[in-house]
Write a protein of this length. Structure first.
Length: 205
């Protein structure tokens, strides 16, 4: 352009700044995970903010997290400023926060580790007087937890937490085969097939 008579706008855009105390987060399978300790500030006019939380497969290189940390399609899980979500996958993922005020957009990436509380311990199958089945789990404590006086306790809300839509009736037997946990129901003639690390019922035969 040999004769450019245009002029730039004289109003500065309101830039967004996102700050958090941690870049690596740990969530537990099936339990509500909350991210509330982040600060979002604007350099100029306080404009309405739009939030988007999403996650995907973590993209790494020789230095750790790659410049673009997520290498597949994103799964959008929330549009609230405070993330509240129960993840149902195990592994390490990239978690992305997108904040938009209509003038600028800012992204914040986290390393999200989704673990399970049920990797090692004692599992007990029981039923009440009406025949309703219940799975209880007592986690093996670490040496540090034992030294601090923590006492091992059974969690009895496994089915309500992980499988709220599944009701096991007249349970009779339970067996673990590698990473599979099989629970039999006598009256209904069913076998509940679940992951022994998460107690997620993945099939009923």
């Amino acid at each position: 352009c040999l004769d450019d008579q245009s002029s730039l706008g004289d109003r500065e855009l309101s830039e967004i700044t996102i700050s958090t105390p941690h870049d690596t987060l740990t969530a537990y399978f099936g339990e509500e995970f909350v991210v509330s300790d982040l600060s979002v500030e604007q350099s100029g006019e306080e404009l309405p903010l739009a939030y988007e939380w999403s996650y995907g497969t973590l993209n790494t290189d020789e230095n750790g997290m790659a410049s673009y940390p997520i290498k597949d399609s994103l799964h959008i899980v929330s549009h609230d400023p405070e993330l509240r979500y129960a993840f149902r996958e195990l592994g390490t993922f990239g978690l992305r926060l997108r904040v938009d005020n209509g003038e600028t957009i800012r992204y914040k990436y986290f390393v999200l580790q989704i673990d399970t509380e049920f990797s090692e311990g004692i599992t007990v199958l029981s039923r009440d007087g009406d025949g309703k089945g219940r799975i209880s789990f007592m986690r093996t404590l670490t040496k540090e937890e034992i030294n601090t006086g923590k006492v091992p306790m059974f969690r009895t809300d496994i089915m309500e937490l992980i499988n709220p839509q599944t009701k096991m009736e007249d349970v009779t037997d339970m067996v673990q085969v590698n990473n599979r946990l099989l629970v039999c129901s006598g009256e209904e003639g069913r076998i509940y097939n679940m992951d022994s690390r998460t107690f997620d019922v993945e099939g009923i035969t």
